[in-house]
Design a protein around this ligand. Structure first.
Ligand code: FAD
Length: 212
């Protein structure tokens, strides 16, 4: 993986594999940016990471997935919003975040074993342990599913994690500081249509305990 220099706010650049991987592994939703006939497009989707590869998936009829297979260089971004930074001035008002911007190309995964590995990677990245608890899908469902591998050619990571900076000479009584934000899981709600109350599966329980 190569690294792209952050120009504005360069002191927040965290260009190393560890930071890029940590940002990717802390989430499962990315935004995929691509070109279609000169039109910039961006689509949110789920991913799983294996080394420098991100697996994404969808229907074989999925527009975005089919477009990005034309050999174009695409851009994928993942951002975690960690807080709102409220300075005494609007000029220094900001946000805390961890974000990474990746460039690379996508290829269709055709090897059956790798297709399964890709699906498992996506599934496990969303709720760890779920892969062993659910039906993967029948032959037709798997046939209708496309797995794509995006390889990171170059990346950058940018992290802001502090209260307000600047405004040292503003001595008024306006409150300044920051509001930490976090994504939390609420109590899981069981699907009622089967008419039986089931104990939460281990993966769901673990997810809830970790993220509540
Ligand atoms: C958190 C998250 C995870 C997702 N994970 C997956 C996944 O793993 N696999 C998968 O196949 N899909 C996933 N989706 C749905 C995905 O965003 C697309 O809607 C879907 O893949 C269809 O893509 P397409 O290019 O075929 O869309 P099309 O229906 O062909 O798009 C036509 C137009 O509809 C609009 N559009 C498409 N998708 C969206 C959207 N999500 N929001 C608003 N407008 C939209 C755009 O203007 C687009 O140009 C996810 C969505 C979210 C929010």
């Amino acid at each position: 993986m190569e690294f792209n220099k952050v120009v504005r706010g360069a002191k927040r650049e965290m260009n190393n594999e560890e930071s890029v991987y940590a940002i990717l592994d802390a989430g499962f939703m990315c935004h995929v940016a691509f070109q279609h006939q000169g039109q910039a497009m961006i689509i949110p989707t789920a991913y799983g990471r294996e080394g420098d590869n991100l697996y994404i998936h969808g229907s074989t009829k999925n527009f975005m997935l089919n477009q990005i297979l034309d050999g174009q260089s695409i851009c994928i971004s993942v951002t975690h919003l960690d807080g709102i930074v409220l300075a005494k001035s609007l000029f220094h008002t900001s946000v805390n975040y961890r974000s990474t911007v990746l460039f690379g190309k996508a290829v269709l995964v055709e090897d059956e074993e790798e297709r399964m590995d890709g699906l498992k990677s996506i599934t496990e990245n969303i709720v760890k342990g779920r892969w062993n608890e659910v039906e993967v899908g029948d032959e037709n469902q798997l046939k209708a599913t496309m797995i794509i591998k995006f390889t990171i050619d170059s990346a950058s990571a940018k992290i802001r994690n502090e209260g307000p900076v600047g405004d040292d000479s503003i001595l008024n009584e306006v409150w300044s500081g920051h509001i930490p934000l976090a994504l939390k899981a609420a109590q899981p709600i069981q699907d009622k249509k089967f008419g039986v109350v089931l104990e939460m599966s281990k993966s769901v329980k673990n997810y809830y305990e970790k993220h509540k």
